[in-house]
Write a protein that binds this ligand. Structure first.
Ligand SMILES: Nc1nc2c([nH]c(=O)n2[C@H]2C[C@H](O)[C@@H](COP(=O)(O)OP(=O)(O)OP(=O)(O)O)O2)c(=O)[nH]1
Ligand SMILES: [Mg+2]
Length: 155
């Protein structure tokens, strides 16, 4: 009975999703891929995924980068977080996205598309010439003038 009541309340008030999205920086470029996943289908997004129970943001960022691209990263830092409620392909979505930045542990590493069911492929894009459309939370944060680069590296 108790289990039954719990799942009913979970159904009537679904929890927001927590995503960790990682801006991997290389010079003035960032790594983006066009999504095959249902959420944000066909939009460009950075590597990342859902925060797992007990995980730090930095652990999640390193794990997702390794799982999705095979890249080892370092200097992983928190940037900002967004809280967006919107509609995606007719479905309501409530997303808390934690944006991180990082750099390659070895600058010669090349990204691999290790989850081809979720992404069409990874490529480096100049920050001043980002592809479109961007996934909604990135689009909205970029529109506010946000950029992921350390202040001292801006020219
Ligand atoms: N990867 C990624 N996710 C993003 C970005 N912006 C954004 O809102 N998200 C959201 C979409 C998802 O609802 C959530 C988790 O990301 P995901 O869809 O890539 O999750 P995933 O399948 O790789 O991860 P998992 O469930 O296997 O852990 O974060 C972004 O730029 N990159
Ligand atoms: Mg992902």
């Amino acid at each position: 009975m108790e289990n039954c009541a719990m799942s009913e309340s979970a159904l009537s008030s679904p929890a927001p999703e927590i995503g960790v999205a990682v801006f991997l920086l290389k010079g003035n470029k960032v790594l983006l891929g066009r999504r095959r996943s249902s959420m944000g289908h066909n939009t460009f997004a950075v590597p990342g995924g859902h925060l797992e129970f007990g995980e730090s943001f930095e652990e999640c960022a390193a794990r997702e980068l390794m799982e999705e691209t095979g890249l080892a990263i370092e200097n992983i830092e928190f940037l900002t977080a967004t809280n967006n409620v919107f509609s995606d392909a007719g479905k309501p979505v409530h997303l808390v996205v934690v944006f991180m930045r990082a750099v390659l542990a070895d600058p010669d590493q090349l990204p691999q598309n290790l989850e081809p069911d979720k992404c069409y492929g990874w490529d480096w894009y100049n920050w001043n010439n980002l592809p479109e459309p961007l996934i909604q939370p990135i689009e909205s944060v970029v529109r506010t003038g946000f950029d992921p680069f350390p202040a001292h590296e801006k020219q």
